[in-house]
Design a protein around this ligand. Sequence first.
Ligand SMILES: [Zn+2]
Length: 168
Amino acid sequence: MLCEMCGKESDFTKTIFVEGTKLTVCKECSRFGESPDGKGGGAKRGTAAAPSRTMVTERLEARERRMRTRSIYSDEETTDLIPEYSKVIREARAAREWKQEDLAAKLNEKASVIAKLENGTMRPNDALLKKLEHELGIKLTEKVSVVKPEGGRSAGKALTLGDMIKKK
Ligand SMILES: [Zn+2]
């Protein structure tokens, strides 16, 4: 069973109420809240080491951040439009000696759409992307690895980038 407050795996879990929220927590975290029967927590004993509201709030906020991060980075890899798509489209079209109008006609689009794609003011949607790749025989997407917040590999990359900036 996972503690809903600190996220640790725990054999011992207890249901408590923290700031009106029902949580199933581990032994360590259970002292932050009140049990439904009103006995727990030690908060009523006054002089006992009752956790401050700030501490509880901080824990809850940390938990929320953790859950949000997890949902965003659920996929390890994602496909994304390559940054230099404008150049790739322009060069592939030029290599075929097509005018923007020619490509537009093949794709059943307006020439202005091709112009916008080639000067980077418009990103192709998925359908247009497929048509462009097919008609020009190019690849406009790349697999992007999503760096997991807990992953150790990201530290090396960040350091390299930092070094490069410093050297400039
Ligand atoms: Zn816990």
